[in-house]
Design a protein around this ligand. Sequence first.
Ligand code: ACO
Length: 325
Amino acid sequence: MRAKIIGTGSYAPETILTNQELEKRIDTSHAWIVERTGVYARHIVAKDEATSDLAVKAGERALKSAGIAPDDLDLIIVGTTTPDMLFPSTACLVQHRLMATSAAAFDLSAACSGFVYALSVGEQFILSGKSKTALIIGADVMSRFVDWTDRTTAVLFGDGAGAVVLASTSGTSGIVSTHLHAEGALWNLIAIPGGGSANPPSEKMLIEKCNTIKMKGSETFKSAVRTLEEVARETLQSNQLAPSDIAYVVPHQANIRIIKAVAERLGIEMDRVVVNLDQYGNTSAASIPLALDEAVRDGRIAEGKIILLLAFGSGLTWGSTLIRW
Ligand code: ACO
């Protein structure tokens, strides 16, 4: 028995923030951003939109493509580090809005690796027989936690959500293996240090902007390339596959230079790598399911193909999912 993705969906907010608009706000340039990151534009939530709004829309689309009614869901996991509130979980808000009243619901916090972590947990629920149909969502509203005066992070992030429906199958298609890792010692490479129990909201915390993303860019970059290559090799080796067996890699969309470096080290040509960060930036937990949904809808990802999801994020966390579609 395997857990199989039977539907995908995604949603990004309507408002688009281009590099040209950022040039007017901070000391940066379209040329620098494109050369150093590959990002041209990102989607930003409206004033009254939050993570659950994006997650619900992506979830609805995934359910529609799977032909599943919300009533049939018995599990909802939302990978997010930008929940609507500290509690209740965003997954509970999604459960209510979808009217998926039979579903257990919880959030999973693994930053940009949140979707791949959540997919692995969902897979375990399916394999154990505890769940029959699960909705796995990656959703983040990074724009609410960006310091818009800090050019080293403001140009990188965007908002979005992606979702898949998981069900059990007795065929050969489905999730073949998942590999999850963490290195907590490197927690301070990228963090939002304020707003939690260690540094709760206060005037001082806000003045120091501890409620925004703090990142050591080049160390994060190097860790991403190292860990993504390692976990890709681990996944290939444990499934006795060669890089040439992979039809498409769907990597976390943080920086085109990270993606190209990993692809080159693995010997995978860029036309077998799904990239959409040019239009979305880094949408954290949403980045992989957004790219996955795009590639499913345009027909690149089709039945029988072997797909490798590669995630990296704050924590540090990283992981992979190998899928026979
Ligand atoms: N516009 C113009 N110049 C800039 C900008 C900008 N937006 N940002 C930085 N610079 C300048 C710097 O100030 C520096 O100038 P200096 O040499 O005078 O000091 C110069 O450009 C080079 O800066 P670096 O930080 O060395 O640039 P780098 O090539 O490393 O690119 C970047 C920076 C894009 C942040 C890169 O390091 C990166 O992508 N890191 C990984 C980020 C990442 O993956 N984050 C997501 C983690 S996942 C998660 O959990 C959210």
